[in-house]
Design a protein around this ligand. Structure first.
Ligand SMILES: C[S@@+](CC[C@H](N)C(=O)[O-])C[C@H]1O[C@@H](n2cnc3c(N)ncnc32)[C@H](O)[C@@H]1O
Length: 358
């Protein structure tokens, strides 16, 4: 009981109930002798502490409150690191190493895997659809070894879904290469793979810390992919000409694909200068709040989506144009949850440059 009193005391720095916490027991027991004083004091403290726990209604908050888990607000992923992108390095200038995987290095299982499901409507269904969109039926029936590339695979949801959805006893071996610049995200992916997938399913997966251009183009292991995913990555990359832009990012994917390969690309689309987009984001913020996120987190999310400092959003039309210019055809919107938009597309080979591009 003394522990409860102590924990309550520790919590006082953030409680507006400080006056009540101290004064109520003293006030109530003032006329009693010292033994009764102590008992009543302890009882009242326990009651106060319990009511404070109830007051912080959600179960996660209770856990944070009693110190079992770290508080998720502000989530480190979107706090200091996100607002200070890593400075460009020499190699950034050579290839499309932008988007800032380092921004995700502060992520933890609780803040990425939990918060992502709160903010992206249908996140699990979108991932569940990935094998089908990539043509899992054909991949499983192929007689030649098949390879899938997962760009920005983060904490591993797509590699887990793919390796579990496509049976291991297929006609030809399947391999999945996941690449992500955030070592922290890949660490989570490895932990999840070990816990959620069989040894055979794990054997098919290779996770590489780095940017796509770190995968050696002269190594046949990292070229000639039969399918690829790029889920929730490109909106961190600026729409600029040159090696750090969205076009270069898509080019670095197509350089590694076979002609005919399918791509599942999910992006955050929107024009931040348009009032209707801000209105959509306001509605989305209400949704995220209704899913249990805190107002502080939702405020950060709104800034993230609308300020253009960290995310580099472009309209859906522009994403379609970029995919088309990279050589993708049959571009179909197959997923939409507020501003989160998913496209299925097929690589038709290097596009022939128009006379003005020559
Ligand atoms: C929002 S997470 C998405 C993770 C995962 N695809 C999912 O659906 O949950 C974005 C991921 O993209 C990675 N990333 C950022 N810039 C990148 C780039 N230029 N190339 C590859 N990955 C990048 C980040 O490190 C992060 O893990």
């Amino acid at each position: 009981m003394f522990g409860c009193w102590l924990v309550g005391l520790i919590d006082l720095y953030r409680c507006s109930e400080i006056v009540v916490f101290f004064c109520l027991p003293l006030f109530c027991v003032y006329p009693l002798n010292s033994k009764s004083f102590l008992s009543v004091c302890v009882l009242l403290s326990v009651a106060m502490y319990c009511s404070l726990i109830v007051y912080r209604s959600s179960s996660r908050d209770v856990m944070c409150y009693v110190g079992l888990v770290r508080p998720s607000t502000p989530p480190p992923l979107y706090s200091e690191q996100m607002s200070a992108p890593a400075p460009a390095t020499k190699s950034d200038a050579k290839d499309s190493k932008s988007g800032g995987g380092a921004l995700f290095d502060n992520a933890s299982k609780s803040n990425y895997d939990v918060d992502t499901r709160r903010r992206i409507i249908g996140y699990d269904d979108m991932h569940h659809a990935t094998p089908t969109i990539l043509g899992a039926k054909h991949l499983a029936a192929a007689t030649q070894p098949q390879k899938i590339l997962c760009v920005g695979c983060g904490s591993g949801q797509e590699v887990i879904t793919l390796t579990t959805a496509i049976p291991t006893a297929t006609a030809a071996p399947l391999s999945i290469v996941g690449v992500d610049p955030s070592a922290k995200m890949l660490e989570m992916a490895r932990t999840r793979l070990a816990a959620e997938c069989s040894a055979d399913q794990n054997k098919r997966v290779e996770l590489i810390t780095g940017y796509l251009n770190d995968l050696d183009l002269t190594n046949p292991k990292y070229t000639g992919f039969d399918a690829a995913t790029s889920l929730l990555v490109m909106h961190f990359i600026p729409d600029v000409a040159g090696p750090t832009g969205k076009a270069a990012y898509l080019k670095s994917i197509t350089q590694r694909l076979k002609v005919g390969a399918r791509l599942f690309h999910v992006d955050v689309c929107g024009d931040i200068t348009k009032p209707e987009f801000i209105e959509l984001i306001d509605t989305w913020c209400e949704y995220v709040l209704s899913k249990g996120s805190t107002p502080e987190f939702v405020k950060q999310m709104k800034e993230l989506m609308t300020e253009g400092k960290i995310t580099k959003l472009v309209s859906e039309e522009r994403v379609r144009q970029l995919l088309g210019e990279a050589g993708f055809v049959k571009i179909k919107r197959v997923y939409q949850g507020f501003q989160f938009t998913g496209f299925m597309a097929q690589y038709a080979g290097e596009p022939t440059p128009t006379p003005t591009q020559k």
